[in-house]
Design a protein around this ligand. Structure first.
Ligand SMILES: [Zn+2]
Ligand SMILES: [Zn+2]
Length: 332
């Protein structure tokens, strides 16, 4: 009985041409896509009728029923208060992404974890960071505006509250179709960061801190790729081009959202950036935080976008994959 069963099984495995079925390639499964996505700004410079503005960035990301908090604002309690005013419950969010080490993105983490864990012990308990975020930053004398909160302090206090950091040195799929880039290769010489801090290189020499850990979120959607940046220190073009390598579809970039650190960019660099964004296929832009205001309007003109498709991201502003951008009254 047993040997007959084995013979039958072998016969079933052999296709008419004598090829084992197991050797026939099954069609590769289509890469996972994001179907529904919404991004709500919780910290940025401008605000509308709800919430307060600050130099900082944070956004709630909702993707196919899962949620994450991308950056945590520039003051300990801004996101806590803005979320409450906007009716956003962060106690059911377990994942946080810190785009990079700067205080204007990390200052809310400990407060938010402390407050939200009272309702849900798992709230905001995992923080994804890019490799390099814990490097010591040396601030030369006379340089100000950095290190209001250091990552060493954030790490100490967050871990004391049971939070765990997950350090990425390569891209990681967060949920199907949604990717964290980890550190982004600096292909083009975009210098979209404020000079000042130094880090030590592999031989111990002090070199300029180019924020090597800077990471973004990439959504591979039916409409194309959506990119969410914190400050975009790796350069919005480096990030967007890398997003097309990270997302399996390699589709054109549909939308770029978040901080792009272009507020002080010269006309020449804005023109180059705008033309590259156009080449990449971008049709929706929400420039928040350090993007600055004028660069958003420059992109609108240079890319030939409608007013409704290229806007400043104020507190409470939303991007919805199906409905587009909604930024309130003042930020249009
Ligand atoms: Zn920054
Ligand atoms: Zn920033």
């Amino acid at each position: 009985m047993r040997s007959r069963a084995i013979l039958t099984a072998v016969a079933l495995l052999i296709a008419p041409g004598g090829v084992l079925l197991s050797q026939l390639r099954a069609p590769a499964p289509a890469p996972a896509k994001v179907h529904e996505a919404k991004v709500t700004v919780l910290s940025s410079m401008l605000t509308d009728s709800v919430g307060v503005g600050e130099w900082g960035f944070a956004a709630l990301v909702e993707v196919d029923g899962r949620r994450l908090l991308f950056d945590t604002g520039g003051r300990p309690d801004t996101v806590l208060k803005n979320a409450a005013e906007l009716g956003v419950d962060l106690s059911t969010v377990e994942d946080v992404v810190l785009s990079h080490n700067h205080w204007d993105h990390t200052s809310g983490l400990v407060t938010l974890r402390r407050e939200m864990m009272k309702k849900n012990p798992r709230a905001l308990s995992r923080a994804y960071v890019g490799s390099g975020i814990f490097l010591d930053r040396i601030i030369p004398s006379g340089v100000s505006g950095f290190n209001k909160v250091t990552m060493a302090e954030v790490k100490r206090d967050y871990e004391a509250l049971g939070g765990k950091f997950i350090e990425l040195s390569a891209p990681r799929e967060w949920i199907p179709g949604a990717w964290l880039t980890g550190p982004v290769p600096r292909t083009h010489p975009e210098k979209n960061w404020s000079p000042g801090p130094k880090i030590r290189d592999v031989v111990g020499d002090l070199v300029e801190d180019n924020v090597p850990e800077d990471q973004s979120l990439v959504l591979d959607t039916d409409k194309g790729i959506v990119v969410l940046t914190g400050c975009g220190h790796a350069g919005v073009i480096n990030i967007s081009e890398y997003a097309r390598k990270v997302a399996p579809s390699q589709a054109p970039i549909y939308a770029v959202l978040g901080g792009m650190h272009l507020f002080a960019a010269k006309e020449e660099s804005l023109r180059w950036t705008a033309d590259k964004l156009k080449e990449l296929g971008v049709v929706q832009i929400m420039g928040a935080h350090c993007t600055g205001l004028q660069p958003v309007y420059y992109f609108r003109d240079r890319l030939g976008l409608e007013r409704s498709a290229c806007l400043v991201g104020a507190v409470g502003a939303t991007f919805d994959l199906k409905k587009g951008l909604a930024v309130g009254n003042i930020a249009q």
